[in-house]
Design a binder for this molecule. Structure first.
Ligand code: HEM
Ligand SMILES: [Cu+2]
Length: 665
């Protein structure tokens, strides 16, 4: 790179539009068009069914991921509606006890494992490479494999539910209820393997995002310029790496083994420990909640900035809040176990830690409030959802602080108060920001805007419905209504509030139906968006909508935290990557200086093949030990094929001097 280039990257106060110390040559329009044509040929995956099955384009995979996970939100929503119908009046007979057990378990399992985590990582898999100005994601084939592993879990859970083999011990699958003695049959084996598939998928996504953020950032995106959404994805990816192996091990190597191989991990009669399950589960389970809502919070900064036309207040504070939340999240798990015999000192410690974690989240909220108050907010649909987030999430956070105290928690443990609390957090902290993100980034992914007037109906009805559905549950819980119970007597007096809650759920169903109609219509006939419909600042808005398969014709150069606002469009670019093969620019971890050119794999069938082998292995093992033998052989074959392809395709090369910094036309 030229010395002008180096100076450029380290110049902290850029003058928009000019390059300090250099007289850059300009790229002519023909050069750019010719380059785009070549890149399109190089990065295009095959057409037809084969092309569809073998693609490794991160955007196509992420779109499938988002759609599948959203279908899971609908499935979980149908189950929620069924539960609410059953509970609408006392002694109802719509769902019997056995059906109800399966439905609440599958609802919880679907929402946590098959909707919330996957949809958040999928948004990252789509947006992170675009936001850091990369041609692609770090490991395209691993990305495809992760999606297929997840899809196997989805299909397996729902096929099982339809053949009356749906798990029924709660999404937490506590032993001894979930063990061989009290849950004979295969229902809980299904649960254990579904968890395995989803955790493998989450780990694939996490590793991919971490490496993409550290090594594929466009020149100039030093650590202190990484977009806030990308920061939240990075923190969450590290959390996944530490949390998911715990539950995958507990469910596959311990619970499934206790059930199939008569190991005795959780059986006190044979020297095992039943509480061990709760510890391992919640060591994963508590961070899981933050894994779900930190990306939700990550959506908020860019949306508020865009619609207030103001840079967010307290960038550094928000980054540090993300990191501390990620850290502390691993020190709270015992607050889910206050009803078990935990030493008093331990209880106090975990109470204190649970109170402390409210602080970093509060810091983020205050930063956004300052930004909102000092800007001139435009009340678009995305912003209405963010308003809903403030109301709903803060309420859920407050009840969280309440249940952090042991004395209070023991009163409301396993009642509907807890159900109200965590739905406020999840719907307010994850689902509302997610809908905001849909309205904001849908035009990027499809090239068309969602309809705003339908959107506003969706937003207001959703916020109203959620609060009507869940607020009464606080009171029901305080009045003693237990969770996970299929009915109650009229003499309890819980009927009217339950009926109100069900009405709220119906409003939620209507509002989500409006969204589905909106998305289906707008994807076809919505208003064309253009590259940057909101006049926003991030790199994802610097390319066309939808982005081409190679993301950017030339890698942009970033001179501030808000590239399109700092520099204006078009951005200066760096040239020199080859167009005749799939190359990405690898940069240094801290300062994002060009380092290597890395050649990436072409379309491949091995990810799908390997996921199917793994499905055969894990699902088959429930029914016959021979599946393990067959699965082992097939998996080995899949790995060999995968590796053989890599050895022919992938290489790295040190960046030489032909990378140049250029101001485009
Ligand atoms: C507005 C939509 C929703 C409604 C009406 C709803 C309703 C319910 C109800 C009534 C229960 C309690 C069943 C019982 O204990 O008897 C429940 C449990 C649960 N819900 Fe939801 N829910 C909704 C959305 C969500 C979302 C978005 C998530 C997560 C992202 C979620 C996660 C859970 C979990 C983890 C449980 C606990 C399951 C268990 O006890 O094992 N729900 N839901
Ligand atoms: Cu917790």
């Amino acid at each position: 790179m030229t010395s002008a280039g180096r100076r450029l990257l380290h110049n902290d106060s850029p003058t928009p539009g000019t390059l300090p110390g250099s007289a850059p040559e300009l790229l002519s329009e023909e050069t750019v068009l010719e380059q785009a044509r070549l890149l399109d040929i190089t990065w295009r995956d095959g057409g037809g069914l084969w092309g569809w099955l073998t693609t490794v384009d991160h955007k196509l995979i992420a779109r499938r991921y988002v759609v599948t996970a959203f279908l899971m939100f609908i499935a979980g929503g149908i189950e929620a509606a069924m539960m609410r119908l059953q509970l609408a009046r006392p002694e109802n007979t719509f769902l019997g006890p056995d059906r109800y057990n399966q439905i609440f378990t599958v609802h919880g399992t679907t929402m946590m494992f098959l909707f919330a985590v996957p949809i958040m990582t999928a948004m990252g898999l789509y947006l992170v490479p675009l936001m850091v100005g990369a041609r692609s994601i770090a490991f395209p084939r691993l990305n495809a494999f992760g999606y297929y592993a997840y899809l196997v879990g989805v299909v397996f859970l729902y096929v099982s539910l339809f053949i009356n083999m749906g798990p029924d011990a709660g999404w937490t699958a506590y032993v001894p209820l979930s063990g061989p003695q009290y849950s004979p049959g295969h229902r809980l084996d299904v649960w254990a393997q579904v968890v395995t598939f989803t955790e493998i998928a989450a780990l694939c996504a996490a590793v991919n995002i971490i490496v993409t953020v550290f090594k594929l950032r466009a020149p100039g995106i030093s650590l202190n310029r990484i977009p806030l959404f990308v920061w939240s994805q990075l923190v969450v990816s590290f959390m996944i790496v530490f949390a998911m192996p715990a539950v995958a091990t507990a469910s596959t190597l311990q619970l499934a083994a206790d059930r199939a191989l008569s190991t005795q991990w959780f059986n006190p009669a044979e020297g095992g420990d039943a509480l061990l399950w709760q510890h391992i589960f919640w060591f994963f389970g508590h961070p899981e909640v933050y894994i779900i809502f930190l990306p939700g919070l990550g959506f908020i900064s860019p949306i508020i900035e865009t619609f207030c036309r103001r840079r967010v207040f307290g960038y550094l504070a928000i980054v540090l809040a993300n990191i501390t939340t990620g850290f502390f999240a691993f020190g709270l798990w015992v607050h889910h176990m206050f009803a078990t015999p935990i030493p008093e000192l331990g209880q106090s410690l975990f109470t204190a830690a649970s109170l402390v974690i409210a602080i970093p989240t509060g810091v983020q909220i205050f930063c956004w409030l300052v930004t909102l108050l000092s800007g001139r907010p435009r009340l678009t649909t995305a912003m209405i959802f963010i308003l809903g987030f403030f109301i709903t999430f803060v309420n859920g956070g407050l009840t969280g602080v309440m249940v952090a105290s042991v004395a209070f928690d023991k009163q409301v443990h396993d009642t509907f108060f807890v159900v109200a609390h965590f739905h406020y957090v999840l719907l307010g902290g994850a689902v509302m920001p997610l809908f905001a993100a849909f309205y904001y980034w849908f035009p990027k992914a499809t090239g068309r805007l969602l309809d705003e007037s339908l959107g506003k109906w969706h937003a207001w009805l959703f916020i109203l419905g959620v609060n009507v559905a869940f607020f009464p549950m606080h009171i029901l819980g305080l009045n003693g209504m237990p969770r996970r119970v299929y009915t109650y007597l009229a003499s309890t007096g819980w009927g009217p509030l339950n009926a109100l809650s069900t009405i709220g759920a119906v409003v939620v169903v209507i509002s989500v139906a409006l969204f589905v109609v909106n998305a289906a219509m707008s994807a076809r006939v919505g208003r064309p968006a253009g590259a940057n419909p909101w006049d926003s600042y991030g790199l994802e808005w610097a390319t066309t909508s939808p982005p081409p398969n190679y993301n950017f014709v030339n890698t942009p150069i970033v001179l501030g935290r808000h590239p399109l606002w700092d520099t204006g469009s078009p951005l200066p670019v760096i040239t020199g990557l080859r167009a005749d093969r799939r190359e990405v620019l690898v940069t240094t971890a801290f300062d994002a200086e060009p380092d290597y050119r890395h050649r990436q794999p072409n379309a491949s069938i091995w990810p799908l093949f390997l996921a199917l082998c793994m499905a055969e292995f894990w699902i088959g093992s429930i029914f016959t030990p021979w599946a393990v033998v067959g699965g082992f052989g097939l998996t080995l074959l899949g790995m060999l094929g995968w590796g053989w392809q890599s050895s022919r395709q992938i290489e790295v090369e040190r960046v030489d001097t032909d990378l140049q910094i250029i101001d485009t036309v």
